[in-house]
Design a protein. Structure first.
Lengths: 159, 57
């Protein structure tokens, strides 16, 4: 019969690859997750702050808000769906719907700017007009990714 | 101007994509992943511009 110590020594190697999973991501409550998703859409990075990921939240805020402001600063334009001319099956001009969808992803950046009238007057004659539009689209689309990331963290699928 | 804008675009995109990367285990992995995305954006952009340059329209 093996002594207790010998038995322990024999068993130990099979447990060496076990880690203590104290950092396993855990899902948060549905309310907090919903708050994180809404906050993430309204203010880039705020969803991660709600979930305690302060560093990542600050990074997202700086990068996405910076992209949006850069876009507006270099004569980018904010879109809103316009009625198609000539009339189409969709009633609205599809490309303006898609551009609006892309830009509105940046939440309050878009809504606040639109309400205050920043970027609502197009300047297609400006050399940087298309660059500016692209940066505002980029900010919104990246923020959709960030919203999904916040949802996944809240659901316990990611750290 | 175009290269500057492309670089800025690549930097912003690479930063966010690296930060939301699921498979990265550490910050170092994320940084490496981000640099790969950044380099890919610039490299493919320059390659495409070189390939498309002779086309007159």
């Amino acid at each position: 019969m093996q002594s207790r110590d010998q038995l322990t020594d024999d068993l130990a190697p099979s447990y060496t690859d076990r880690s203590i999973h104290s950092d396993i991501p855990r899902p948060v409550s549905t309310g907090i997750r919903a708050a994180a998703v809404v906050a993430a859409w309204l203010v880039p990075g705020a969803g991660h702050l709600v979930l305690g990921r302060i560093g990542r939240g600050a990074l997202f805020f700086l990068v996405i808000t910076g992209a949006f402001i850069t876009g507006l600063a270099i004569q980018g334009r904010l879109y809103w769906p316009t009625v198609a001319d000539p009339p189409s099956l969709l009633h609205y001009d599809l490309i303006t719907v898609l551009w609006t969808f892309a830009q509105i992803g940046s939440g309050l950046c878009y809504l606040g700017s639109y309400v205050m009238g920043f970027g609502t007057t197009p300047h297609p004659e400006a050399a940087t007009y298309e660059y500016g539009n692209t940066f505002t689209f980029l900010a919104g689309l990246l923020n959709y990714l960030v919203v999904l990331d916040a949802f996944d963290i809240g659901a316990g699928r990611k750290r | 101007m175009h290269v500057l804008m492309m670089t800025l675009y690549a930097a912003i995109t690479a930063t966010v994509l690296a930060a939301v990367e699921t498979r990265a285990e550490s910050t170092r992995d994320r940084v490496i992943h981000g640099l790969k995305i950044f380099g890919s954006f610039l490299g493919i952009g320059l390659l495409l511009s070189w390939v498309l340059y002779p086309i007159p329209w």
